[in-house]
Design a binder for this molecule. Structure first.
Ligand code: 6LW
Length: 526
């Protein structure tokens, strides 16, 4: 088997995996984006199909405002036990951290209402022991383990601080496993930046004492020349042929000095066992190109579609209006997308920032209507905005939109968006009664309108192109011939400059009471 890391490119941090038969299910953190926690399915570990989201309703989660601080939905864990999928997660919503789990019999959804857990901190995980007991692991002042009642979420007994790691900062992200009679506690250490790593310890007793692996860290790329950096926050699992694997996060910097714009991405690492300890990747290193003598699935030609009657809305933005199959409705991560916006549901790769409120975004059979509210793009509020991850360094994103109604500072456009304080956009607006295309950039407190181009028509096609060096904006009035509007440096829209735990999104928006209609959108990797 040969594959290339990341297996999920763009903003997909803190991966957690479970397998049922030949089917792998993976979830990643989403912070302020809604719906929360995309669920990906694969049978080969390389092609990942988004089959839904875990957190789709206000009754499950209320995302706190506060970007660009790191709030909202952190580090989930997905597990399967006796016919039920469990997803446990933290909503970092000051003044409290709400830890809860939801369940589903089909990982595509719907997932249940939350069951609240009596713990603070972050990075929850569940472990179902073979004697029927269930243990919660989490992180506050250290990594702790506590038995819980899985029906009610209540703690049974005390929290036990099990292991503080090997001495690096931020021991966190624990996952507990039982393998050949030992409890293994896998954690992340070193912080989620360049010093990131995974370490492991084991014990015959669930509450310890835990003995550290003699070759910790079992996963890290710190201090190496390898192109993937900041490897850590891993989850171990097996395939149906009993091969061991880990998923973990890592970053791909744009250049030196190391800055990354696509957030933390999901990597896949083969794992072998030696003397009762896991050996991950190439002696704990994670490479981009991996070739391993393994067969993942127990059967060939397994069907990617796991539930034919889910998402009966074969009401797919990618269709030409003809009936489409469930398979088309689903989204293969990292693939090109053409969205004609001719349905009343949005393609699953679109997100909102925060829980959607009111009727700011209205998908119709004739385009998505964006009803701008009083807020500008740089305000930390719910806005008339839909966005999708930047999944490749080199891409083009093309949108046809029309500005239908607008007050003085209203606008509609396409943005490359890290957070409310860091974004570049090309937009349509009215200036002195004249429709105009503008190029705006904001980097922290620096804000500029860099270009104003009068435009005879209120319908225009805007194109955003990304590369490791720059984001370029161009426009077309006939949809074919494009003229450059301007460009901005990629490295100012990076986590190291102005971000936190997320990666860049491509956003379509209307702001300051502008009314707009988005007709088509196309994302292509180059
Ligand atoms: C997560 C922590 C981490 O809770 O980053 O990389 C935090 N590891 O475990 C946010 O993703």
């Amino acid at each position: 088997m040969q594959y290339t890391n990341p297996i999920l490119s763009g903003f997909h941090p803190d991966p957690s995996m479970c397998r049922v038969g030949d089917d792998f299910y993976l979830v990643t953190s989403t912070f302020e984006y809604f719906p929360g926690l995309p669920v990906y399915h694969s049978t080969d570990l390389v092609t990942w199909e988004q089959i839904g989201h875990v957190l789709t309703r206000d009754s499950q989660v209320k995302l706190p405002k506060g970007a660009p601080n790191c709030l909202g939905i952190y580090a989930p864990t997905i597990r399967y036990h006796e016919g039920v999928y469990y997803c446990v997660v933290t909503n970092v919503a000051p003044p409290e951290n709400i830890n809860f789990f939801v369940t589903a019999t089909d990982p595509a959804g719907e997932w249940s209402e939350p069951i609240r857990l009596p713990f603070g901190g972050i990075d929850p995980s569940l472990f179902f022991d073979d004697d029927g007991r269930v243990y919660y692991t989490g992180t506050d002042s250290g990594v702790f383990i506590c038995e819980i009642n899985i029906e009610t979420g209540e703690a049974i007994g005390e929290k036990n601080y099990a292991w503080y790691g090997t001495g690096a900062n931020n021991p966190e992200g624990p996952h507990l496993y039982k393998i050949n009679g030992y409890y293994y506690l896998l954690i992340a250490e070193g912080g989620t930046e360049l010093g990131h790593m995974s370490t492991i310890a084991r014990s015959k007793n669930v509450f310890g004492p835990y003995e550290a692996c003699p070759h910790n860290p079992i996963l890290t790329n710190r201090g190496t020349e390898l192109p993937i950096k900041a490897i850590g926050h891993a989850d171990l699992f097996t395939d149906a042929n009993d091969n061991w694997w880990a998923v973990c996060l890592g970053i791909r910097p744009l250049s030196y000095p190391f800055r990354h714009n696509m957030g933390r991405e999901t990597m896949l690492v083969p794992v072998e066992w030696e003397n009762g300890w896991p050996v991950c990747g190439n002696n704990s290193r994670v490479e981009e190109k991996i070739s391993v003598d393994r067969v993942v699935a127990s059967q060939t030609n397994s069907d990617m579609i796991i539930n034919e009657d889910v998402n009966n809305s074969a009401d797919n933005g990618t269709s030409d209006g003809a009936a489409v199959s469930v398979k088309q409705w689903h989204y293969i991560a990292g693939s090109d997308v053409t969205d004609k916006f001719n349905t009343t549901t949005l393609h699953p790769s679109w997100n909102y920032i925060y829980n959607p409120t009111g009727n700011l975004v209205e998908p119709t059979k004739d385009g998505v209507l964006l009803h701008g509210n009083e807020y500008a793009l740089n305000e930390d509020e719910s806005k008339a905005l839909i966005c999708r991850r930047q999944e490749h360094f080199d891409f083009s994103a093309t949108v046809k939109l029309s500005l239908q109604n607008c007050t003085d500072d209203g606008e509609t456009g396409i943005s490359i968006y890290m957070n409310p304080r860091h974004h570049y956009e090309a937009a349509l607006t009215f200036i002195d009664g004249m429709c105009s295309i503008i190029l705006k950039r904001q980097i922290g407190s620096l804000k500029a309108v860099e270009k104003i181009i009068p435009c005879a028509d209120n319908t225009v096609t805007l194109r955003l192109e990304g590369s490791k060096e720059s984001y370029r904006f161009s426009y077309s009035v006939n949809g074919e011939d494009f003229e450059l509007i301007g460009e901005g440096e990629a490295h100012y829209l990076t986590t190291e400059v102005g971000g936190c735990f997320t990666g860049n999104y491509i956003a379509l928006y209307a702001a300051k009471f502008a009314e707009a209609r988005v007709e088509t959108f196309e994302y292509k990797k180059k």
